[in-house]
Ligand binder design. Sequence first.
Ligand code: MLT
Length: 387
Amino acid sequence: MKVDFADRIGRIPPYLFAEIEKTILEKKRQGGDIISLSIGDPDIFPPPFILDALREEVSNPRNHNYSFSQGEPDFRQAVSSWYEKRFGVEVNPQSEVVALIGSKEGLANVARAFVNPGDRVLVPDPAYPVYANGSTILCDGVPVVMPLLERDGFKPDLDKVNGNGAKMMFLNYPNNPTGATVDKTFLGRVVEFAEENDVTVCYDNAYSEICFDGYRAPSILEVDGAMEVAVEFHSCSKTFSMTGDRIAFAVGNKKLIEGLTAIKSQVDSGPPVYTQRVATKALESYVGDRPPRDVEKAIETYRERRDVFVKSLCSMGFQCDKPKATFYIWLNCKGGSIKFASKLLDVGVVATPGIGFGNYGEGYMRFSLTQPKERIEEACERMAKIL
Ligand code: MLT
């Protein structure tokens, strides 16, 4: 029997980080000492109180049944209280919150609920590949690129974006891969654009807690009118170093939450109850709008690494600013990114070529600061020898 993929599979490239993972494995198999600054997967362990909570919750026999499709009521209440503490925003845990098995899942499923074949979807470029591929193309939608240019601070120029007939828009600040940040004025313009063009906004705020130098990332839901047009995605992955635990949440417009929940009820059964209980404790650990000490320490560690890495790049002759958020460094590499990545690979340093995040990412490299400082210094020494 001949088994054929559906046509839409042919329209998406292989998942960027799965491909890089293969390269790393092959290099390690050959005996290389590889320093991977590619995927944004924290090397810092989850805080001890999270590990204790995991042990406790996983060994509770009551925590092994199905969850509600929308998530456990206690978890949704914790999300709602966290929004109040962190952003001063009131959300209804009954109708404006849904638990997710990682925000990637939510980003893909929200499109399934609202994007019809042929619908135009506004996606930033460069960007986390899920917006164009997992969300838009897998729903037979048509990605319409919003270039993120260095001269615009890696923000879309909304006066130039043609939102006519677009169904949905994806945005992500603090931004992966560029590390760019925005303020509430920009988010106000996004909401205005959404209202003018009848476009819903999916706002990925997964890096809201990894901020430096006094910057605090806002929620789009702080903006008047945002609840009418937007849904925001948050995750425990980066804040609490829980990427593998797959626990996240979406908050926002009731209809968007209802659609996302309807899809989830058909295709999954929600995150495990025990991870939701742990995430509840994680969110409750905030004191006012501040994360617990262990998270503050992790953020400080990323800041130190950022400073070491940027200083080193500048001493190699590159022009590179310190990002105010995320653990990514987006470097203008003054040439082709694939060629640059392969040069780095020769000395055992793995980083992500900007082209992997879209055509407008060409000419840049993304470095993820998810290795100890000593390994980052070692990577810099190796790079300095060849660049
Ligand atoms: C990244 O490294 O950009 C992502 O966080 C990885 C992923 O979600 O697959």
